[in-house]
Ligand binder design. Structure first.
Ligand code: GBH
Length: 497
């Protein structure tokens, strides 16, 4: 049993990674600078009608130029780990072929600056911004080799300093939103989700093989981040319990089963038949165990009910055979319309623990909320806002400089979800880290800039950063945790533990 550390109001097992997360296209900007070429998101966001208010990531948070300031903010907030992603087309502008030295330099400088601030980099290779010359529907061999060559370039360039890699972020979103609903780049609506997802899984497995075989001396870990929102049976009937299970199998299981057990869930294979590509025995063997840890992104939950009538047509949504209810209980919602259900995070963690027993533990690589869209926001600049004692767990943490944007809903969200993580740990889930989404308000994909997920507010016209009270809250949690880790390590060094 690992010794517990008190993190303000809660105890987490030690060591526990506390961090914040972002992704390249959502924050960097500098879309056409220093040799970067377009990704599918550059092209998609520039098409009319694809994003709210025609927003693009051309400038975003201008993090490409302001990264040092952002690292400084993180160190002020006691952040110990930072999860960011690399823009593939900044490194390899055409997706394959020549390397862009200036792109390498940008990430190299960022990594150095993080390490100098004592912040551990967690690097996502692919957070949805495929170089526009490529497509996940390209032939299996060509897209798989393009991704693994890109991955190899990153391991070679940064692997001396980066020890935590995530291959893909949320392949479910890339496959379903990109190749079925068309809400995300590349905006396809011709039901190619199973083939796209299949290629993503194989690309992931191949990159992991390259890392394990050729970069073993770097002594790092590599895994994948999957999104999962909890599905609760509408009634506790057999039918609804099965419906909820199917919904989980068709979302989390679609990717987690191949990665941890070597094949798609049985119910998917039975329902989809030939529309779901099959793995060869060699591919299946390569996939099985291809994640050193379980990266989980989780935001919400809703009720699942068995579909009364088989839905017309074929395709992902009718394959699931589930109807959804958000509203049967009076759950609050975020600005995204996603129900706020903190206990659902506990249920998901216990589900993952039971089903996958990841040897390297579970890392929550994203959790957070949008809860202050421009419409509802009341900009409250106060000179010395304090995080109320109860939120910071007995610690009154006085801000050094005064300005803070008040976001009490987000503070409540984080407090409740951290409590849920804690509850899951005490029931046996091997959770080893938590990354808040997101460090900054940023380009929220199809929602543009209208939905804000940051713990740091960004005033986009001036690029001014301002802490929110949720940043204060998390800083207090992170600080309590790292102080106690320090004390435990000290005691161990001096033989008292
Ligand atoms: C993440 O995806 C992305 O990785 C990140 O880039 C993005 O900015 C962030 O979330 C915020 O959107 O009502 O129960 O059906 C989020 C994936 C999938 C989470 C759909 C919410 C619906 C919740 N999302 N899910 S539910």
């Amino acid at each position: 049993k690992r010794p517990a550390i008190r993190s303000g109001f809660l105890e987490f097992p030690e060591p526990f990674v506390f961090g914040v997360a972002t992704s390249a296209y959502q924050i960097e900007g500098a879309a056409n600078q220093h040799g970067r070429k377009p990704s599918i998101w550059d092209e998609f966001s520039h098409l009319p009608g694809t994003t709210s208010d025609g927003a693009t990531g051309d400038i975003a948070c201008d993090h490409y130029h302001l990264f040092q300031e952002d690292v400084d903010v993180m160190s002020k907030l006691n952040v110990k780990a930072y999860r960011f992603s690399i823009s593939w087309s900044r490194i390899l502008p055409n997706g394959t072929g020549g390397i862009n030295k200036e792109g390498i330099k940008f990430y190299s400088d960022l990594i150095d600056s993080l390490l100098a601030a004592g912040i551990v980099p967690w690097v996502t290779l692919y957070h949805w911004d495929l170089p526009s010359k490529l497509d996940w529907l390209d032939s299996k061999d060509s897209i798989t080799s393009a991704f693994s060559t890109y991955a190899r370039t990153c391991f070679e360039s940064f692997g001396d300093r980066v020890k935590h890699w995530i291959t893909l972020n949320e392949p479910w979103c890339s496959a379903v939103l990109g190749y079925n609903t068309g809400d995300h780049a590349p905006g396809h609506t011709d039901a190619a989700e199973y083939v796209a997802g299949h290629h993503m899984l194989l690309a992931h497995a191949e990159a992991v093989r390259v890392y394990r075989e050729d970069f073993a001396d770097q002594n790092g870990q590599i895994g994948i981040s999957l999104n999962a929102d909890w599905r609760q049976p509408m009634e506790s009937t057999r039918e609804d319990r099965r419906a909820a299970e199917r919904a989980m199998d068709f979302s989390l299981g679609w990717f987690a089963e191949p990665v941890f057990h070597g094949d798609y869930p049985k119910c998917m294979r039975e329902t989809c038949g030939e529309r779901l590509p099959a793995f060869t025995p060699a591919e299946s063997a390569l996939l099985k165990g291809s994640s050193d840890f379980f990266g989980l992104n989780s935001y919400s939950a809703n009720f699942a009910k068995a579909a009364q009538h088989p839905t017309e047509g074929s395709g992902y949504w009718s394959d699931i055979g589930v109807e959804w209810w958000h509203t049967d209980q009076d759950w609050d919602r975020t600005d995204m319309g996603w129900p706020i259900v903190p206990w659902s995070l506990r249920e998901i963690l216990l589900h993952i623990q039971e089903r996958y027993r990841p040897v390297g533990g579970i890392f929550i690589t994203e959790n957070g909320c949008a809860c202050e869209s421009e419409e509802s926001a009341e900009l409250d600049r106060r000179s010395d806002a304090l995080v109320p004692t109860a939120w910071a767990g007995g610690e009154i943490w006085r801000p050094e400089s005064g300005m803070v944007f008040d976001d009490p809903e987000r503070v409540r969200f984080f407090r409740a979800h951290l409590s849920a993580v804690h509850a899951a740990i005490s029931r046996g889930a091997d959770v080893r880290g938590y990354f808040a989404w997101s460090l900054l308000d940023n380009f929220e994909w199809a929602e543009g800039y209208a939905k804000r997920f940051g713990i740091v507010r960004v005033d986009f016209p001036t690029q001014e950063r301002m802490l929110k009270s949720s940043a204060r809250f998390l800083a207090a949690v992170f600080k309590a945790s790292s102080e106690l880790v320090g004390k435990v390590q000290d005691a161990q060094r001096h033989g008292r533990l």
